[in-house]
Design a protein around this ligand. Structure first.
Ligand code: PCA
Length: 324
């Protein structure tokens, strides 16, 4: 009996070792701060992947641009420096215009509409990502985008010459159209940019203003709710193709569950962020009618510019969204 127990425990230990030896360790760079809900869901995803792949894939999340800065994450995955990572999808629209599908002002301004727009865009976007050597595992929306300023703003007469932190080419266009001077800065560097005067305005969700404690520098938030952009977790195509079917299924199940949980969390937190900005002394309100009318006119032009670069496939996404 003793011998049998020893033999059994040896078998168990060997099996455990075999699992450990087979476990692939994946570093997963993420662009936004550790306490942001996107990053927290990255950790939830990693835990689920470990569980659903029986330990075969062991993901370590590196939030806040600590492993690769936000602007470098996609390339690091494409070139196989890391197998997986997360980034803001429309940051890549300058390279692949279709990836700006979620950055069209005033087209889809609720979580429901954003989900419908993603459903319309998904196949086309995934085909585009395949051309970039990437497979998207899941996407998750930020809350709606509004404007941060250090003063009251009622129209573009108040925005001339302001240094504006942009996060992609579309937001730089928005700034230009309002007479502001865009400078692209990562969310991870935003507090520093505001503190040093490199920028004194930006467009973002309440989430990023809260994460970066921007009430230390700015006074007004206008809840324009212009669009709900998405982050996506992507994996290198060769890495993905090299996985066996059961592991792929486990990762995709983890991704699908994380997408649902992350989207629900984003919606749940949207008003919490506004409350926190206000509690910390900011004026949080809707844009006035004059400012809003200007933003809508700029937005319409941005959508037609996008359609010019995204072509028939872009038009098909919008047509299908409007038809459903
Ligand atoms: N926060 C990110 C992207 C969109 C958002 O709400 C940022 O400001 O960089």
């Amino acid at each position: 009996m003793k011998n049998l127990l020893i033999t059994l425990s040896t078998v168990v230990a060997t099996a455990a070792l075999a699992t450990t030896a087979l476990a692939e360790k994946w570093d997963m760079p993420m662009a936004y701060s550790a306490t942001n809900f996107h990053s927290e869901h990255g950790v939830i995803f990693a835990d689920k992947v470990r569980e659903y792949t029986a330990g075969a894939i062991d993901i370590t999340v590196h939030p806040g641009g600590s492993l690769f800065g936000g602007g470098d994450i996609k390339r690091a995955i494409q070139t196989g420096q890391v197998p997986i990572g997360e980034r803001f999808m429309s940051a890549h629209a300058n390279e692949a215009p279709l990836l700006g599908w979620d950055n069209l002002p005033f087209i889809a301004t609720t979580y429901e509409d954003n989900a419908r727009l993603w459903a319309a865009a998904k196949d086309t976007v995934n085909a585009q990502l395949a051309d970039l050597n990437l497979v998207a595992l899941y996407t998750c929306p930020w809350p709606g985008q509004g404007f941060y300023f250090n003063k009251e703003v009622n129209s573009s007469a108040d925005t001339q010459g302001i240094k504006f932190r942009s996060y992609n080419s579309a937001t730089a266009t928005f700034a230009d159209a309002l007479g502001m001077i865009p400078v692209q800065i990562e969310a991870a560097e935003l507090s520093q940019a505001l503190a040093t005067g490199v920028a004194s305005a930006f467009i973002s969700s309440g989430s990023t203003g809260y994460d970066r404690k921007v009430w230390e520098h700015l006074s007004h938030y206008y809840k324009v709710n212009a669009w709900l952009p998405r982050n996506y977790v992507m994996v290198n195509t060769q890495v993905w193709d090299g996985l066996d079917g059961a592991v792929k299924d486990g990762i995709q199940k983890a991704a699908d569950e994380t997408a649902a949980a992350c989207g629900a969390k984003s919606a749940e937190l949207a008003n919490f962020y506004f409350d926190e900005l206000a509690k910390n002394g900011m004026t949080v309100k809707d844009a006035g009618s004059e400012f809003l009318a200007e933003l809508e006119a700029i937005g319409a032009k941005m959508t037609s510019d996008w359609l010019n670069t995204a072509g028939a496939e872009g038009q098909a996404i919008l047509d299908s969204y409007k038809a459903n």
